[in-house]
Design a protein around this ligand. Structure first.
Ligand code: ADP
Length: 528
């Protein structure tokens, strides 16, 4: 038999063990089982249980842990739980007898205490005795109270932990779903969080990125091509900025190049020690390209529009000089140049207008069926006289070429652009062929030349806005770099595609597809 000081010591020991179990982050149910086990032992009970108010079940008491009571007997105790512990008294004794009768367990005495957290009841702890001879004393109550307090703390911890966990899950979901790349690094600059957008942005998978130093995964270069993350990390610059931002070029793992803006939210201790940071990385490539285009646009306009204007002005100024006399032929030649340059100017302006219209509302098409060979010969007829003697034009369509479906004027513009380029980029002249054939439910049409050709690495870029290949010829030929951009936009608006096959020095062949007409032209001619 333990004397009272041994008893107190043991009680302290048990309470300490319960606290340890709590801090070791055992789950709530294990801590409650431990608590009720010790509480029963310390109050010389035979069995006991802990019930908690369940928020999800309308704040009803639910048994969560027991000692000395098989789980299948728990439902029989439900009737006890309907009475608050302070009102148990005689009615409680009666209910206990009913429970004993139902379960066949020897339950003769009961002590019940509320578990309270800052005056709010969170549950009840019950201890039962089989013996009738010794009643629960005030000491027993005190002991049980200590265990009840401990259990209440465990409940409080578990709830706090649950709400922190829920909050963390919510934050994790927000980070994961963020359209921007989000990366969290720890005090040793190692990546601890790496969201989905970050995987797409960098080409690194989360599994590979986690745990790596951030500078290994993220490399942002400044305008001089220097890797800022390695040489001038914005989180290490002195004096420390609260929310540093860097912009620069980033290379993805698979070799793509993006323009990104990276914002950092560093965390520092009160002594200024770096604890970690959240980096938010946004792909601003499109925005940068727009800015670049804007400035290219201005320089193209000023250069391409100014050139014909200054030629016109130069000729007009010369021709109207009072101190010089010109022959009729000289006047005619001068005026011809003025007319040619004015036409060029008008074409340039039309191109620019087309591009801005295209940017604003796409291409509106007036669709009809028409024969491609007729359109092609129409275009050749308009080019042949000015192209020069060194050019030969040839049309190659099958006899029974079915009509295509499209906007005649727009497709005329496409062919005119391609033929005009074929002439412009064939300084030696040569054969320019326009041909086509039906292929499934669409037609393939091409324009080929024997000109300077286009290097493989330029063959995609030439379709971009304002793109002109940088060669001597470029400087000698007029152009805005808008022709192929417009051409592709028109073809794509028709549901077709355009591509080029070319070899430097041998020539180029631009091909595009168009849908075939719904009716054969012959049907159209058939009288109704
Ligand atoms: P532009 O002719 O006004 O410069 P385009 O968009 O029509 O603009 O063409 C873009 C660039 O593609 C040209 O500057 C030229 O370098 C190249 N290119 C287009 N067509 C040909 C061709 N048939 N042969 C060789 N290079 C071409």
């Amino acid at each position: 038999m333990l004397n009272s000081s041994d008893h107190r010591l043991l009680q302290r020991e048990y309470l300490l063990q319960i606290s340890r179990a709590m801090t070791a982050q055992l789950d709530l149910l294990s801590v409650l089982s431990l608590t009720i086990g010790y509480a029963v032992e310390m109050t010389a009970g035979t069995s006991g249980l802990i019930a908690l108010y369940d928020e999800e079940a309308g704040d009803e008491l639910r048994i969560r842990a027991s000692s000395g009571l098989p789980r299948n007997e728990w439902p029989a105790f439900a009737r006890l739980l309907t009475l608050p512990p302070s009102e148990l008294g005689r009615r409680g004794d009666m209910l206990l007898r009913e429970v004993a009768a139902d379960t066949g367990l020897t339950l003769r005495q009961m002590i019940a205490l509320p578990l309270t957290l800052r005056d709010t009841p969170v549950g009840v702890i019950y201890v039962f005795r089989a013996a009738l001879n010794v009643a629960f004393s005030a000491d027993d109550r005190q002991v049980l109270q200590d265990f009840a307090d401990q259990a209440a703390i465990a409940v409080s911890n578990a709830r706090l932990y649950q709400s922190v966990l829920r909050e963390k899950q919510r934050l994790d979901a927000m980070i994961e779903q963020s359209a921007d790349g989000v990366m969290i690094i720890d005090s040793r600059w190692r990546i601890t969080t790496f969201n989905k957008a970050m995987e797409t942005l960098t080409g690194w998978s989360r599994e590979e990125a986690l745990g790596r130093p951030c500078a290994e995964v993220l490399a942002i270069e400044n305008g001089q091509g220097i890797n800022i993350c390695l040489t001038d990390c914005p989180l290490q610059r002195l004096p420390f900025a609260t929310n540093p931002v860097v912009e620069g070029r980033m290379f993805t793992r698979d070799g793509r190049s993006l323009f990104v803006q990276s914002r950092y939210a560093p965390q520092r201790s009160s002594q200024g020690q770096f604890l970690g940071a959240i980096a938010n990385i946004r792909d601003i490539t499109a925005q940068k390209q727009d800015e670049e285009l804007q400035s290219t646009f201005i320089s193209v306009i000023s250069h391409e529009l100014k050139t014909p204007v200054s030629i016109i002005k130069g000729y007009a100024g010369t021709l109207r000089r009072d101190d010089a006399t010109f022959s009729a032929q000289q006047y005619r030649d001068g005026l011809a140049v003025i007319e040619e340059e004015a036409d060029r100017l008008a074409r340039q302006i039309q191109d620019l207008l087309d591009v801005s219209r295209l940017m604003a509302d796409g291409t509106r098409l007036e669709i009809a069926d028409f024969p491609l060979p007729i359109l092609a010969s129409d275009v050749v007829r308009s080019f042949a006289p000015t192209a020069g003697e060194q050019f030969e034009f040839e049309l190659r369509f099958p006899e029974d070429m079915p009509p295509v479906q499209g906007d005649y004027e727009r497709i005329r513009q496409v062919l005119a652009n391609l033929v005009s380029n074929a002439v412009k980029y064939s300084p030696e002249g040569g054969m320019i062929r326009i041909g086509g054939w039906p292929d499934g439910n669409h037609a393939i049409c091409y324009v080929s030349d024997q000109g300077v050709g286009i290097a493989p690495e330029e063959q995609e870029a030439i379709f971009r806005r304002f793109y002109r290949i940088d060669t001597r010829l470029r400087r000698e030929t007029q152009g805005s770099g808008l022709g192929l951009f417009l051409t592709r936009a028109i073809i794509e608006a028709h549901g077709g595609r355009i591509w080029v096959e070319s070899q430097i020095g041998k020539g180029s062949r631009f091909s595009f597809t168009l849908p075939l007409g719904r009716r054969k032209l012959a049907d159209e001619a058939t009288p109704q």
